[in-house]
Design a binder for this molecule. Structure first.
Ligand code: NDP
Length: 273
């Protein structure tokens, strides 16, 4: 009997933590499976994904820059992938590829279950209007916040994203400079600014002692954003490791029909990073 094969597809991909995470999930649940990294350029995406499944591969995770392309190669999509218009998990079902998007659920599970944050009624400031921001809008709005204000460097993208989701809740798009007055309960950084050690220039009055500041980016210790949040008096600041591990657990559930215990994996990854 051959073991079931899984992989994460991206470009670049050598720094992905997904093999580490799924390796620990497999060990913990006693699943016989392999999980590798596949470096695939955009022009080869469709061909290489097709070859992976044609050769008996069971499932893929999809990361930058392929989440929109992955949406296009699917025959079926889960409602949350449909709403995000992006796919981060692929699995073969009967006669075609099923696409799911577990990023938003991963964030919501990390916020609520791991961090004890109550999204219902919260005033949320979402920084960024790219793929990561789009992916979390549906699951966040489903948890009934008071409002989500989307602030982005390029105002037009924030306004368009807000318009797309306005039927699902109170949503507004703006620039970093014209963020509404008052303190937010949650400030979510979904920009890639931290990767350049940069911070979105939002007013510090948006953050107070009861604010949770959350950076979707992750690395060793603090990011530029979590470090800055603490200096301006945020009650709490967290990086995106929990979201990463929880989105992986949701993918594992889709593939293997069981949900791993994420707590020891999150501890292991923070100790190794
Ligand atoms: P995109 O390239 O799709 O979007 C990037 C966003 O960041 C845009 O809104 C862009 O603004 C903004 N931006 C880029 N540089 C700066 C800067 N210097 N100052 C202010 N804004 C800036 O990226 P993604 O949405 O895919 O990823 C965003 C972040 O989320 C990354 O750090 C990524 O690692 C993280 N992420 C984490 C996940 C997790 O599981 N923890 C999952 C997915 C993503 P503009 O529109 O003006 O260009």
């Amino acid at each position: 009997t051959s073991i079931d094969r899984y992989a994460v597809v991206g470009y670049p991909i050598q720094h992905s933590w997904s093999p580490f995470i799924h390796g620990l999930f497999a060990k913990q649940t006693g699943q016989a499976m392999s999980y590798t990294r596949l470096a695939v350029t955009p022009e080869n995406f469709e061909r290489d994904v097709g070859a992976f499944f044609a050769s008996g591969g069971k499932g893929l995770n999809i990361t930058v820059p392929h989440k929109q392309s992955a949406n296009i190669v699917t025959r079926y999509r889960t409602p949350r992938a449909e709403i995000a218009r992006a796919v981060n998990t692929l699995v073969w079902r009967n006669d075609g590829l099923l696409g799911d998007n577990t990023d938003g659920a991963g964030l919501v599970i990390d916020l609520t279950r791991n961090l004890g944050f109550d999204i219902a009624g919260a005033r949320i400031l979402l920084l960024g209007a790219g793929g990561a921001a789009r992916g979390v809008m549906g699951p966040l709005l489903a948890a009934a916040p008071e409002c989500i204000e989307i602030a982005n460097r390029t105002k037009q993208r924030a306004v368009e994203l807000a318009e797309e989701f306005e039927l699902l809740g109170t949503v507004r798009g703006c620039t970093f400079e014209d963020v509404s007055d008052g303190v937010f309960d949650l400030v979510l950084n979904a920009t890639s600014a931290s990767l350049q050690d940069d911070i979105p220039p939002i007013p510090r009055t948006a953050i107070g002692p009861a604010t949770l500041c959350y950076d979707m980016a992750y690395g060793k210790g603090d990011t530029a954003f979590t470090r800055w949040s603490k200096t301006v008096g945020a009650g709490r600041a967290e990086t995106g490791w929990g979201m990463l591990v929880e989105q992986a657990a949701e993918a594992f559930l889709l593939w293997r029909g069981m949900k791993p215990d994420t707590k020891p994996v999150l501890e292991a990854i923070k100790a190794q990073a």
